[in-house]
Design a protein around this ligand. Structure first.
Ligand SMILES: Nc1ncnc2c1ncn2[C@@H]1O[C@H](COP(=O)(O)OP(=O)(O)OP(=O)(O)O)[C@@H](O)[C@H]1O
Ligand SMILES: [Mg+2]
Length: 272
């Protein structure tokens, strides 16, 4: 693809949410949410516990339907009836713990649900699946010497990388990563962030859900902060510093008030 093509494609969002809301009975988990996901960009969705991040992913991944507003894919209004429906339209979701089947080998996981078969008896084409899986992981720079190893024996970072490589190979256009670095140490988080950048460079629209403003800022092009189901910040990288993002995430004004309160309480204690 030429640079001109890339620029043209990047202008129009693949996925757009406009004024999207979701109620569970009388609990409003999301209200008036707008989100644009562009190809070749990492869109970071940040927010505290209960902010509505998982609810947002579930709508995009086809697990739940939104109750208000519009979602558009390539400019056409849509609702995904099921996760399979979303997948078939190029939306891949990597859930933190459920990314892969732990007892199955690396190559089985890679082709799970999309197995290659051969001959009139349609037997599993193991040799071809192993070869392709190996090639695809090498392309991503993931080094796993033995593809027969069960996934349970791999590190959390490696597992996330396999799930990302698989999504790219099977033609995902949007990949949603749910807190991919939350359970990882510094080094493994770095590895996963590198693959997030590779997915972006492969032209995918990446949605990165995270609590961690530092991780978000390392890879993000666009940042959205949710709070109690509403968007409280929507900014592009050049409009925002890491300090601002961190302060917004930490609660900004609320944190300052809490500081006052705690110091006040402290002085009160001392006076007694
Ligand atoms: N199935 C459900 N039924 C009722 N309420 C729900 C349901 N799922 C989520 N909620 C509510 O919606 C709000 C948003 O929850 P959500 O799980 O989307 O937050 P989150 O940002 O993913 O939080 P966390 O960081 O803790 O994962 C919360 O108040 C939650 O209690
Ligand atoms: Mg959640």
């Amino acid at each position: 693809m030429s640079v001109v093509d890339n620029a043209g494609v990047a202008d129009a969002p693949i996925l757009e949410l406009d004024d999207v809301g979701k109620s569970y009975g009388n609990v409003h988990a999301l209200r008036g949410v707008g989100l644009n996901v562009r190809q070749g960009e990492v869109t970071c969705v940040l927010g505290d516990n209960g902010a509505g991040k998982s609810t947002l992913i579930k709508i995009i991944a086809g697990l739940h339907e939104h109750t208000d507003g519009t979602m558009r894919l390539d400019g056409v209004a849509c609702r995904f009836g099921s996760p399979r429906d979303a997948q078939s339209r190029g939306i891949a979701t990597v859930y933190q713990d459920l990314a892969l089947a732990p007892l199955m080998s690396v190559w089985r996981n890679f082709f799970l649900g999309n197995e290659l078969r051969r001959g009139p008896l349609r037997i599993l084409d193991i040799a071809r699946m192993k070869r392709i899986c190996g090639e695809e992981l090498v392309k991503m720079g993931v080094i796993i010497p033995d593809l027969d190893r069960p996934v349970a024996s791999l590190s959390g970072g490696q597992r996330q990388c396999i799930a990302i490589a698989r999504a790219i190979y099977f033609g995902a256009r949007v990949i949603i990563l749910d807190e991919p670095t939350a359970a990882l140490g510094v080094k493994q988080s770095g590895v996963v962030l590198k693959y997030i950048v590779k997915a972006r460079d492969a032209g995918l629209g990446v949605i990165l859900i995270t609590h961690n403003p530092h991780h978000a800022y390392l890879v993000g092009d666009h940042f959205v902060i949710l709070k109690l189901g509403r968007v409280v910040l929507d900014a592009r990288r050049d409009e925002l510093t890491l300090e601002q993002l961190t302060t917004e995430m930490a609660g900004g004004q609320e944190l300052a008030e809490l500081g006052h309160e705690l110091r006040g309480a402290d002085q009160e204690e001392r006076r007694k």
